[in-house]
Design a protein around this ligand. Structure first.
Ligand SMILES: *[C@@H]1O[C@H](CO)[C@@H](O)[C@H](O)[C@H]1NC(C)=O
Ligand SMILES: *[C@@H]1O[C@H](CO)[C@@H](O)[C@H](O)[C@H]1NC(C)=O
Ligand SMILES: *[C@@H]1O[C@H](CO)[C@@H](O)[C@H](O)[C@H]1NC(C)=O
Ligand SMILES: *[C@@H]1O[C@H](CO)[C@@H](O)[C@H](O)[C@H]1NC(C)=O
Length: 419
């Protein structure tokens, strides 16, 4: 029984041994060459470069986008704005009207303060910077997330800087309206029009615009900020920095917005925000030309039922390992093939030059290694005094003479003879 076990184990060991994919070759059978060494150095350098780039690829992160139905029905949405209109404040009213028919005063209160239409140099710089960033995102394929979200804290999070230097001597010619409103998560309409708003029972409100001259109307405006949700660093909104001019007193500006709830979870920031897409339409009001409507700035917004969740993820480590093995193994085997090719080419080029030497040398070797048996003299053609071309030259094959067999491989003639 024990012997059987021993035999089985021996067989098993043999099978495992035969499966060895790494047969050892004694050092004496290995040949090294300068070309091979050079190729090895190149191989290691290439592997090093690829491994470094792979590691940097692995340590960088990806943003994953998920889309789902926004089921948070209890949420309120903050509407933040900072708009300057080229009109006197006491001529302006700003409020929200939405599908709930809620009282206009229930959304919160916006600040109004007299301002100057002309910006100070520092403010102008800021505005230009924001405009440039916005243009950059709009002109090409530059997704905002690739540039901003991972940075965490871009510089324009601070908003428009305060006016510096002495105040202009003229009276304030514009009105800055700013602040936040808590709006419901339903479609609505934020507007800035002439006249203070007055609630009207049972539903809605009216703007009382009495005792205003035509020249008091000027809805030229500048949007320093317009956003939904909590103000977070790392988001730039498409309307920020924009300016609209009109030379008509009665002018109607309309913005149509689709607001998309967005949750961003990166390693640097966590934000619940809202992105929006906006289209703009404006026209002069001229009743005699058939263009009716109210002068003012109207922002019609709607919330999409889908929300976007963005998460920053690391690439899986097993993928990294697979790619690493692929790189190392692949480069090694390709360089092995190259090495073989180089050897063949080198042999072809070098040895053709030494062809003559090589032939005579081989011939001498062949003759001297023949056994000194007298029988062989009759059977082996090698001992004839013919020129050595026969051994290596291709002409031999077409001759009638038997093809010579290389000496070391000839059977031991004396053994044959004895049999
Ligand atoms: C809904 O949104 C509010 C405000 O952002 C948040 O406090 C609340 O946790 C959310 N609820 C769910 C179920 O996500
Ligand atoms: C409105 O004000 C702007 C800025 O001061 C000015 O450029 C524009 O011509 C004015 N428009 C009208 C109709 O007065
Ligand atoms: C309104 O349209 C009429 C007819 O096209 C034109 O004569 C008039 O100048 C326009 N008014 C303004 C304020 O542009
Ligand atoms: C040939 O065989 C004989 C007898 O077996 C032996 O002595 C001799 O060394 C052999 N020669 C060669 C070249 O192997």
């Amino acid at each position: 029984m024990q012997r059987m076990n021993v035999v089985n184990r021996k067989n098993a060991l043999k099978v495992v041994k035969e499966l060895d994919a790494f047969p050892k070759v004694p050092d004496s059978y290995q040949e090294t060459s300068a070309a091979g060494g050079g190729l090895s150095i190149i191989t290691f350098v290439v592997i090093g470069i690829l491994v470094i780039s792979e590691v940097s690829y692995y340590t960088s992160t990806d943003l994953e986008f998920d889309y789902e139905v926004d089921t948070n029905f209890s949420r309120k949405v903050k509407l933040n704005l900072d708009i300057t209109v080229a009109m006197k404040c006491h001529h302006l009213g700003a409020d929200v009207l939405d599908q709930t028919g809620q009282d206009v005063l229930g959304y919160g209160h916006l600040q109004q303060e007299p301002a100057y239409w002309e910006l100070s140099p520092k403010q102008k710089d800021y505005q230009q910077f924001v405009q440039q960033v916005n243009d950059y995102f709009q002109e090409d394929y530059h997704a905002i997330q690739h540039v901003l979200w991972r940075m965490g804290n871009p510089t324009f999070a601070g908003g428009m800087p305060e006016r510096e230097g002495p105040k202009p001597s003229t009276a304030a010619d514009a009105c800055r309206i700013y602040g936040s409103l808590e709006v419901n998560k339903v479609a609505g309409n934020f507007h800035i029009t002439a006249g203070k708003s007055v609630p009207v029972i049972p539903r809605g409100h009216a703007h009382l615009a009495m005792m205003m001259d035509l020249s008091d109307y000027n809805f030229t405006h500048r949007i320093d900020h317009f956003s939904f949700g909590d103000k977070v660093a790392g988001v730039i909104y498409p309307l920020d920095g924009s300016e609209m001019f009109t030379t008509y007193n009665y002018h109607n500006f309309q913005y149509f917005m689709q607001v998309v709830p967005t949750e961003v979870r990166t390693y640097k920031t966590n934000m619940d925000t809202y992105q929006f897409a906006v289209t703009e339409k404006n026209r002069a009001i001229n009743h005699s030309a058939g263009s009716h409507g109210n002068p003012g700035i109207f922002v019609k917004y709607d919330l999409t039922p889908m929300m976007i969740r963005v998460t920053e993820v690391h690439r899986p480590y097993w993928q990294f390992l697979v790619r690493l093995c692929g790189i190392i193994g692949g480069v090694f085997s390709v360089s092995g093939m190259l090495n073989g090719l180089v050897q063949i080419l080198m042999d072809a080029v070098c040895c053709r030059l030494k062809w003559g030497n090589y032939k005579t040398q081989k011939y001498d070797e062949a003759v001297s290694s023949l056994p000194a048996d007298p029988l062989s003299q009759t059977t082996s053609p090698l001992l004839s005094t013919e020129p050595p071309e026969e051994i290596f030259g291709s002409a031999t094959l077409s001759d009638n003479r038997p093809t010579p067999v290389p000496t070391p491989q000839t059977p031991n003639l004396s053994v044959l003879h004895q049999q």
